[in-house]
Structure formats: C-alpha cells, structure tokens
Design a protein around this ligand. Structure first.
Ligand code: AMP
Ligand code: ZN
Length: 492
C-alpha cells in the first residue's frame, strides 16, 4: 500500500505458525477483531500491554493506507469463576461484593478502561460491542450450531460437542494439538457433570434463581457462555470470514480455539485469515493476572503507589517501554527497565525539538532515505517496533550530529527527517511529547521563550540576581533550564 517501499508487510499467523504476506480479503478494507476486557474489575498493566500492542498494529495499518474496521468487544456477561462452566458469574459476584447493580459494575469498569487507554494515547476502536447488547445474535448462532448437529441441550444448558466436531474438523488447529493430547490435559467427568465430553464447553448456561443477569431463550432463562459472544459479534460486524483476529496468547488454547469451532460449525468456513497473539507482561517472570494478584494498576504505576515500584513513571515512558519489545516476546517488568525506557523516551523527545535547529547545508553527508526505508522494513516485518526504535535512534544521532555540524543535511533531507520522525514517533508508536502536553502546549512554549528572553537580557546586563532567581524559581516549579552552546534548552 505505501509508496516507495520495497518490502511488503508480513504478519506472523498463529494458525500457520509462520510469517505470511499480508493480503487482506477485500483491500483496501481490513477487518480486525480484538478480544476486549472483562469489565468486572480494573484493567491491570498486562491487559494494557495487549491493547497497546494492537493499537500499534492498528496505527500502522492506517498509516500505510488501509481502511480498518477495528472491533474490540466489552465482555460484560458470561464470564464464570471456574473453567468448567461452573461457579459464579464474575459480574454477579462483584456486584454482591460492592453492593451494586451488575450494570453499575460494567459501567464503572468500562469508564475506567476507557480512561486508562486514553491516558496511554490509544485510538478508540471503530465499534465497541458489548456481550449484553448482542444476546439475540448469540442465541441465533447457538440455534444454528444446534441445527448443524454440533451441539446438544441438557436441562436448559447448551454444550458444544467437541468430539462430534472433531470427526469433521480439526479442533486443535490453532495450537497444533491432537484431540488425544487435549483430552489428556482435562480431568475426568464426574457424576456432577451433565456434559457428555470432557472438552465440551457451554454455549448457553441455565440461570439459577439467584442469577442476576439472565435472558429468555429457546432453552429457558439463562445467559451466554463467554466464547460465543466473540464469534457472534465478529461475524455481525466483520462477516463470516475476516482478516485479523487478535488477543493475548493466553486466549489461544481455549477461547480462540472454541471461537474457531463455533464459527466453523455455524458457517462451514474458518472465520479468520490471520490470527495474531500478543505475549504476556510478566513480573519477576510470572504472568501478570487478575487472579494471581500480582497485577498493578496503571494509576499505581503513574504515582508509584505499589510495593514493587521504586517511584512513579509517566504514561509515555511506559508506552515507550512496551514498544521497546516485540509484541510476540514476553516483557518483564522491572524498575531498571522502566528507568532506561524513560531516558530513551526523553532523549527521543528532545531530539524532535532539536530538528528545527539544524541549518541546511548544500549537500547531505547521511543517507536519510535509507533510514526511512529501514523504518518501514522494520514495521513491515511483523510490526517489529524494537528494530524500528533502533533505526529511530540512528535518526536521533543524525539530528544531534547535524545540529553540532559534524554531519550535514540539505533542506530536502531535513524535511524528510522531520516527517519521518513525526510519522513513526507520533503517528505509529503513538507517543506524545509529555513536556508539551503537560505544559498546555503552545501557550507554555510562548511563555517559556519570553522568560528565557528576560533571563538573557538580565545576563547581558550582568544582573545575576534576576537571572539566578528565574532559574531557581523555574526549578522549584518543576522546569529545568540548561545553557548549551546552541542556546537555552528547557524541560519539565
Ligand atoms: P481479560 O480482561 O482478563 O479478559 O483480558 C483482556 C486482554 O488482556 C486479553 O486479550 C488477555 O489475553 C490480555 N492479558 C491478560 N493478562 C495479560 C498479561 N499479563 N500480559 C498481556 N496481556 C494480558
Ligand atoms: Zn474474545
């Protein structure tokens, strides 16, 4: 799609376990579905990693010219405590605990989720459907799966028949596992279980009298299973087969495996062309999760109010920290790694401000087109953001050298460099300059140049008292100014 770039986009597909040329079904349109949060509690930083990774993918696809319909759902019903279709509904449990209506729980945590993703500067999806808003579509899909013979009803609960399905299709395609191996990993059915097969999962669950959220269905009052919501909503908004389906790697073995089975049973076609999975954020090597209790919240990270944190870190340092690792690698949280990322982020932002100080020369001593090509090549190689960042730091070196006049750039290369940095740092990596954003942008820039001018005049008049007062009081207000051979630089 993009011009002047030799290398086309390749994406690693979990289904084929290799990188594949990205060829959307109906270009330039791209359908992308990402499993969204379960909104019965706050999202932790691990969840944010997944959504920020898909934001980078979304931003890059938009940048290279695709028209992306990005659907990210909100799971607001159907999530049970146990893995075996038993246990309480998590929403009901939380509602009882907080003495709220289940929909108050949903509203509270959905708003919190939006706010956190706004702070991380992620773009909103094109459609954000909720499970409770699509009960009818889920019931319809279950009816079709029953009619096709791949499900059965027992006492108001409908189960997907994995054994029957496996006679026609490969149930373990996504994880490349045979049915026998999958069966080995599950417990024997007990007398308590009403389902027929150990791998069978619920499509519809019969409500108990005390179930807080329940709907009428052909099988009586109940609520949908978790997996069916994503199959029903992705098919509704993106069609029976669409381009990209994403989520964290923890969803592969069960949730996404079951999604494939449901869609295949209903539509007789594989629902997704490219399955994309992001790796986990870990803390001391262990996956960050709601149940493990090792998940700190983004707000704790910003303020430093958590025992694991030495101090607070700004949202953009955290976003930069995440972009420094590839989305398919695990990322281990540590204070040292975040502090290093913070330094890198500040260096990047400072160099962006310095571009305007480069004086054009007649000839360039550096090949800017090559750096530009390398940036695209990195992103076209399965969205390799760490390699992209390495090339951006080569650009930073060029900017600093050009300001110091140890390298030269002609006027057109300066423009290319400027647009390259704008594109990749702001549009693709989704970073914002916090010193400007926090400072109220333009206004503060104007005020700062006025203050710096007054200080300059004071120094020319040898009025050291005024000059020192300006520097000290700015410092007390959190603004640091530095005298360099190119003039005065400042940062918050
Ligand atoms: P949940 O709200 O638990 O359903 O999770 C929402 C999304 O976050 C899913 O795509 C998960 O795969 C993902 N996720 C959960 N834990 C982590 C983690 N530690 N690191 C990265 N992604 C995660
Ligand atoms: Zn899902």
């Amino acid at each position: 799609m993009q011009e002047n770039i030799s290398q086309p986009l390749v994406i690693y597909n979990t289904l084929s376990r290799k990188k594949e040329l990205f060829e959307p079904i109906n270009p330039p349109f791209v359908g992308m579905y990402v499993c969204g949060p379960t909104v019965y509690s706050d999202v932790h930083l691990g969840n944010c990693r997944t959504f920020i990774s898909f934001d980078l993918i979304y931003r890059y696809l938009l940048h290279i010219g695709y028209k992306v319909r990005y659907v990210r759902n909100i799971t607001d019903a159907g999530h049970l405590e146990g893995d075996n279709d038993e246990g309480d509904d998590k929403f009901a449990k939380k509602a009882k605990l907080e003495q709220l209506e289940p929909m108050e729980i949903v509203q509270k945590y959905t708003l919190g989720f939006h706010e956190i993703l706004r702070i991380f500067n992620t773009l909103p999806p094109s459609i954000e459907p909720t499970a409770t808003g699509h009960i009818v579509e889920q019931i319809e899909m279950i009816k079709e799966i029953l009619a096709a013979g791949f499900a059965y009803e027992i006492n108001g609960t409908v189960y997907f028949d994995v054994e029957k399905y496996s006679k026609e299709y490969s149930y373990g395609v996504l994880t490349n596992r045979k049915l026998e191996d999958l069966l080995e990993g599950t417990r024997e059915l007990s007398g308590q279980d009403q389902k027929k097969g150990r791998l069978d999962f619920a499509l519809w669950i019969k409500a108990k009298p005390e179930t807080l959220m329940q709907w009428p269905s052909p099988w009586g009052w109940g609520f949908p299973g978790w997996h069916i919501e994503c199959s029903a909503m992705s098919a509704k908004y993106l069609g029976a087969t669409f381009d990209i389906h994403g989520g964290g790697m923890d969803l592969q073995a069960t949730h996404h495996t079951n999604e494939i089975a449901q869609s295949q049973a209903c539509n007789h076609t594989r629902p997704v062309k490219y399955w994309v999975h992001t790796n986990m954020l870990t803390v001391n090597g262990a996956r960050m999760s709601k149940t493990a209790g090792n998940g700190f919240l983004p707000n704790e990270l910003f303020t430093g109010a958590h025992p694991v944190l030495e101090r607070g870190y700004s949202p953009m340092s955290v976003r930069f920290f995440m972009a420094q690792s590839h989305y398919r690698s695990t990322l281990d949280f540590s204070n040292e790694a975040l502090q290093a990322a913070e330094k890198g982020y500040v260096k990047l932002m400072e160099s962006m401000k310095r571009i305007s100080k480069i004086e054009p020369a007649a000839k360039s001593s550096v090949n800017i087109d090559e750096i530009r090509e390398n940036c695209y090549a990195a992103m076209n190689d399965d969205f390799n953001s760490p390699v992209l960042i390495a090339h951006l730091f080569e650009a930073v070196r060029v900017i600093n050298s050009a300001v110091d006049k140890t390298e030269t750039l002609n006027a057109s290369d300066i423009e290319t460099l400027k647009s390259l940095m704008q594109t990749f740092v702001f549009d693709v990596l989704g970073l914002i300059d916090e010193s400007e954003a926090n400072a109220g942008g333009e206004v503060i820039n104007g005020l700062m140049s006025l203050i710096i001018d007054i200080r300059k005049t004071a120094r020319e008049n040898k009025d050291w008292a005024t000059s020192d007062k300006i520097r000290d009081e700015l410092k007390a207000a959190g603004v640091e100014i530095k005298d360099t051979k190119d003039g005065v630089e400042w940062r918050i």
